[in-house]
Design a protein around this ligand. Structure first.
Ligand code: KIV
Ligand code: NA
Length: 264
């Protein structure tokens, strides 16, 4: 199995080959996804929700994300590991973005970083890329801006379409190697995908993007409660884990576990 690099993703776009991306937040899960051949793993700031239990991604810090990045990198020898820059770690200036990205590369040993925004972060993308750090952009619905976007809403409808296209072009021109489009009408995402030379990664953006991404807990049926419309559940990991815990508890209480074969 090859180690995935940025140019492989570019190559897959030219050859019309789709690829998948999943989030990962720890060593053991990253190892399973790497074994399964998932070429790109994202240590998303969605860790705010699924690891730390915050309501939004706004509060999570670099110090909370970094240890997760280290675990994922150690567990995934083949995948390209992308680390999300959290809210507040890149908006101020190109210098701030570069300093934050550098921490993820040096202390986390990530292979690339991702941060939210289009035209408004073009200078940051250019500076980070120029320093030798590949950048994945993220446009459309950007969860860190939930407070100005008026909640979880589809972006790029009506007048918003021109802004979305402008954002996509801006991040490509600034040097991003790929761009996530979140909650964008499928037709607009398809149009952007045809227009750009860099691969687009959709989440709630239809099937004509070059790649797809989901939060792994949503994908595997491990998320408690309801999930977004764009999620498909490919497994029942939550039920499996609950059943395992129930069976274990039951056998311990009844004195069945540990059996002689588990005993020294
Ligand atoms: O943080 C995250 O999980 C993400 C993806 C869903 C794109 O940004
Ligand atoms: Na994110």
């Amino acid at each position: 199995k090859r180690k995935t690099r940025v140019h492989h993703l570019q190559q897959m776009k030219s050859e019309g080959e789709r690829w998948s991306m999943l989030t990962a937040y720890d060593f053991s899960t990253a190892k399973i996804f790497d074994d399964a051949g998932i070429p790109v793993l994202l240590v998303g700031d969605s860790a705010a929700n699924v690891v730390y239990g915050y309501d939004t991604t706004v509060p999570i810090t670099i110090d909370e994300l970094l240890p997760l990045v280290r675990g994922v990198v150690r567990g995934a020898p083949h995948a390209l590991v992308v680390a999300d820059l959290p809210f507040g770690s890149y908006e101020t200036s190109a210098q701030q973005a570069l300093a934050s990205a550098t921490r993820f590369m040096k202390e986390g040993q990530a292979h690339a970083v991702k941060f939210e925004g289009g035209e408004r972060v073009a200078d940051q993308i250019a500076a980070v890329t120029a320093a030798g750090i590949p950048v994945m952009a993220h446009i459309g619905f950007t969860p860190q801006s939930v407070n100005t976007l008026g909640g979880f809403r589809v972006q790029g409808r009506g007048d918003g379409a021109d802004q979305l296209i402008a954002d996509a072009i801006a991040v490509q021109e600034a040097g991003a190697f790929s761009v996530v489009m979140e909650m964008v009408p499928a037709e607009l995402a398809a149009q952007v995908t045809r227009k750009l030379t860099i691969p687009t990664v959709g989440i709630g953006a239809g099937h004509e993007c070059d790649a797809q991404v989901l939060v792994w807990q949503d994908m595997a049926g491990y998320t408690a409660g309801r999930t977004a419309k764009f999620v498909k559940k490919f497994g029942n990991v939550g039920d499996e884990l609950r059943n395992a815990a129930l069976a274990y508890d039951n056998e311990v209480k009844r004195g069945i576990f540990p059996a002689p074969e588990h005993t020294f």
